[in-house]
Design a protein around this ligand. Structure first.
Ligand code: RIB
Length: 309
């Protein structure tokens, strides 16, 4: 079903399938250890969730974007829908109800680093049937991007639902064991160090180049390793190339959502026909811009702002 009885878009640069969370954010001097209590800043509530973040990031850059997700029939759900609509995301595929909206408890330290605990809520009720019912969105999309804050069987159905000629971008976050058919549909698989080490286990070599090359043997057609302030590394099974893409230097305020902005920008530019290294070179600038502002979606740049980074 495409919600709201509206016609589905005819052409989409990017369909994002994934989570939508209310981010409950507290700034801390340092994170508490087990059994310890620390005082933090006033609580701020931002729209977030890896799927919703990617959709806003892509739309803000100018991509025709739709989100397929599930939120609760509650104030957090309304906050999320409003943020999507303000960014210009097509929300006809956002399902409402079934459980409270997902929530992420986030602490941000003075260096801008975050740690996150997610209560999936409605995200856990996004089912394979919901994916099948959204077929018009899949037929319209050049690129489909998915993450792992929704059930794994829903991710697997997403990989099976790609229209001929469209491309799957997967960020396996938070990491979980992935079926072979999902891994081999990825073009690219986008991982940070933590996710790469999770997938590779003992087979992870010492350098990001080793991780990328070994990840390619697990089936993805291409791999992108994000390296934080050091940029990214791309590897493509078709060319056997492994290329480092440096990031511009910026003062980080809050890294929350920067990886989502990177992945959205990458997915959009791949859909426009960029080579992997060129798409990553644009995406690292988007990620760099995103760490200079507070919160996830609020910090995502427009194309004009990316040009200034
Ligand atoms: O990647 C950042 C996101 O992770 C946050 O917005 C939070 O909701 C969690 O999903």
């Amino acid at each position: 079903m495409y919600e709201n009885d509206e016609p589905a878009p005819v052409r989409l640069d990017l369909l994002v399938v994934g989570s939508a969370n209310a981010d409950l954010v507290i700034g801390v001097e340092r994170r508490p250890g087990p059994g310890e209590t620390v005082l933090g800043s006033d609580l701020v509530v931002h729209p977030g969730g890896k799927g919703a973040n990617q959709a806003v990031a892509a739309a803000r850059l100018g991509a025709r974007t739709a989100l397929l997700a599930r939120v609760g029939d509650d104030a957090h759900g309304r906050l999320l829908l409003e943020s999507q609509q303000q960014a210009g995301v097509d929300t006809g595929g956002v399902l409402v109800g079934g459980a409270p909206t997902g929530v992420a408890l986030i602490t941000v330290d003075p260096s801008g680093d975050n740690s996150i605990v997610v209560s999936p809520g409605a995200n856990a009720r996004l089912t394979p049937e919901d994916i099948k019912a959204a077929d018009p969105l899949f037929r319209a999309a050049r690129v489909v991007s998915v993450q792992l804050e929704i059930p794994l069987e829903t991710v697997a159905e997403t990989a099976r639902s790609l229209a001929p000629g469209s491309r799957l971008v997967l960020n396996p976050s938070p990491p979980a064991p992935l079926p072979e058919d999902v891994l081999s549909a990825c073009d690219p698989l986008v991982v940070n160090e933590h996710e790469a080490r999770y997938i590779l286990g003992d087979t992870a070599g010492p350098a990001p180049e080793d991780w990328a090359r070994t990840l390619l043997t697990h089936g993805p057609r291409s791999v992108v390793v994000t390296l934080g302030a050091a940029g990214a590394l791309v590897a493509d099974s078709r060319t056997a190339d492994c290329v480092r893409v440096p990031s511009p230097e910026v003062d980080a305020v809050d890294t929350t959502g920067a990886g989502d902005a990177f992945t959205a920008a990458l997915a959009w530019r791949l859909g426009l026909g960029d080579e992997l290294a060129a798409a990553a070179a644009f995406a690292v600038r988007v990620g760099a811009a995103a760490v200079t502002g507070q919160g996830a979606q609020a910090s995502f740049p427009t194309a004009a702002q990316v040009a200034e980074v």
